[in-house]
Write a protein of this length. Sequence first.
Length: 367
Amino acid sequence: MYLMSPSHRLRRTPFSDGVEAEGVKAYSVYNHMLLPTFFHSVEEDSRHLREAVQVWDVACERQIELRGPDAGKLAQLLTPRDLSRMQEDQCYYIPVVDQSGGMLNDPVAVKLEEDRWWISIADSDLIMWVKGLAVGRNLDVQIFEPDVSPLAIQGPKSDDLMARVFGDAVRDVKFFRYKLFEFGGKEHVIARSGYSKQGGFEIYVDGWEHGMPLWNALFEAGQSLDVRAGCPNMIERVEGGLLSYGSDMTAENNPFEAGLGKFCTTDRITDCIGHAALAEVAQSGPTQQIRSISIEGDAVPLCDRRWPLRAGDQRVGRVSSAVWSPFQNTNVAIGMVAASHWDAGTELVVETQTGPRTAIVRETSWK
Ligand code: THG
């Protein structure tokens, strides 16, 4: 593999010094920022994540802060998910769509106060869309990227590690809720959430200067828990059916195609951009949809391009994420499949860069 050429455009994070001291082996780029992809190997990292606890530098999940009297109105303009009953300690996974219903991002929204929100974004320059909407609609709201960097604690021993640093009260934080906890003389939002199915927390580290002190405190407290540096793990997230924006779905796809129809309240939420387009899809149903797929044979090559899915001579979709799982003893994958061929058990052919393989559509992900 080739090397990466660091530059000022490729932003470091408050935790990069710690990540590098722990021996990061590869980085990706996400929101113009460094995102580690493995430390030992993707397989060894995945095994450890399922058994112990890891500290993840996910600062690249940048926040868009909405602040002002129209913040809530703007948040609801962005998404078809009903935000009207959202409490001031809640996080919601929200599809963000354009006027055609195409997905622009799939962030986590954090409601801090009625007039203050964070949109914790996936990999697209969403802030430009948000600012454009606010200008176009004459909204009274400030929109900016605050100095806030998520640090995720993931794995079965997350509660024990977090309690050692923040006290036992952290155990009471409920799924997709948050509470404020003090560290270094500053309050930080800590939510029970994260991009794995192993359980854990996300600390929205408020202030660059708290990054390394917190990183070090977590590693010191976690020695006897076998704490390690980790990162979103390809095997674990595909097994868990967690989607990656830009890979598994793009602006070409609506939320129903992405399997996020349950987050579209198209009958009631009419003050969202794209609601008319989404109401039509809700009525007619999507023509293709995300599916978990297993791919037969030994380890597939790197899935760094779309792999066409065929049924005979007919093209019926594509695979966007695929990796060998030693835990399932098969290749686990995520793809988009036409309605005609999306039933569980359907056998297809997937065209990888090293040749065709048999692919089987699954009912659910592996967890
Ligand atoms: N945490 C935070 N910000 C993020 C991510 C995150 N921004 C970028 C990216 N990840 C956004 N994408 C996702 C995808 C899946 C989930 C969260 C963010 C997720 N899904 C759960 C699931 O599918 O099981 C729960 C969804 C629900 O029921 O609400 O957690 O990880 N801060």
